[in-house]
Design a protein around this ligand. Structure first.
Ligand code: ASP
Length: 320
């Protein structure tokens, strides 16, 4: 795999999903993020790169950490930032998504970072509005910047992603993090295994080019890195646990606690995209242990999002 992108430019105008990116694009984002990570460790954590760019953060679905991470990335790049969330927008008054966004663009916004409950919402928007679109999560579909920051964090911890054995555990069916991670890790040459209850595996799992193992102990023995996904309680049926008998049973079979970690008999790197259901997919003694890189993921999220915004903004034609 070439790690060089001679043009220093992404091959895409938007970040709608990992599917849009080549391995070279991802490597370019990582190299750019390395530079921004260095900036974030300086006493003055700000660069003027996006001084003339206005970015709207449109969050039509709840988010705390992703929204803050994007906003911080934008401010560190000196962009002007406006925020809309579904409770403060007029979407609830029946305005269509295109109307909402066109109204915002009429105020001369250059880029839109959008989270939306519907899969495909970011793609739809990119076809109908003249702004650069970054998908910050579209329903159960994709969450590309999460996958980029996860792969970046593996690269930082282990030196490379290629050839690493990465296990993704849990609610694969409802997780946009899982799909984006699978696509990203495979593009970078990692081996990927999924583990979780059969009822939380998508039907199309055979088409993803991954291994599947339902016994967590065997899966942990195989991997170098375990990414413990959050059970998406808000996306299950009925009472929130329709896809498995109880949270207690889930934690026993698919949760990672100290005892299970010690049984592995080797060091593995533990990840979680947040927010953690402590005591369900992972216990605090593992989440907060030296094996965990969860807070590094959060820290790297800002640098990786700065890189994505910077590289996409550099493709905006400037008036002379
Ligand atoms: N924060 C991630 C997302 O927005 C992961 C999660 O919520 O479980 O998808």
């Amino acid at each position: 795999m070439s790690t060089d992108n001679p043009s220093g430019q992404l091959s895409t105008d938007h970040l709608l999903g990992i599917g849009d990116l080549s391995a070279e694009d991802i490597e370019l984002i990582f190299r750019t993020a390395d530079g921004f990570k260095e900036v974030l460790n300086r006493p003055i954590k700000k660069v003027p790169s996006l001084r003339d760019i206005t970015i709207a953060n449109l969050f039509f679905e709840n988010s705390t950490r992703t929204r803050i991470s994007f906003e911080l990335a934008e401010k560190r790049l000196s962009a002007d930032v406006v925020n809309f969330s579904s409770s403060s927008s007029s979407v609830k008054k029946g305005e269509t998504l295109i109307d909402t966004v066109n109204n915002i663009l009429a105020m001369k916004v250059d880029m839109v970072v959008m989270r939306h409950p519907d899969p495909g919402a970011a793609v739809f928007l990119s076809r109908h509005v003249p702004a650069r679109i970054v998908n910050a999560g579209d329903g159960t579909h994709e969450h590309p910047t999460q996958a980029l920051l996860d792969a970046y964090s593996i690269r930082e911890k282990l030196g490379s992603v290629k050839g690493r054995k990465v296990l993704i555990v849990g609610d694969i069916l409802h997780s946009r993090v899982a799909l984006s991670n699978i696509l990203c890790l495979r593009k970078l040459g990692a081996q990927v295994m999924l583990c979780g209850p059969t009822t939380l595996m998508p039907r199309y799992v055979d088409t993803l080019g991954v291994k599947v193992e339902h016994d967590l102990d065997k899966a942990l023995a195989w991997c170098d890195v375990a990414n413990m996904l959050r059970i998406q309680l808000e996306r299950q049926g009925g009472d929130g646990i329709a896809n498995f008998p109880s949270l207690r049973e889930y934690a026993m079979l698919f949760g990672l606690d100290r005892e299970r970690y010690e049984r592995i008999g080797k060091d593995i790197t533990i990840m979680h995209p947040g927010p953690i259901n402590r005591g369900v997919e992972i216990t605090s003694d593992v989440a907060d242990s030296g094996a965990s890189i969860i807070l590094h993921q959060v820290e790297n999220g800002v640098a990786v999002r700065m890189a994505v915004l910077y590289l996409l903004a550099s493709r905006i034609p400037r008036e002379q």
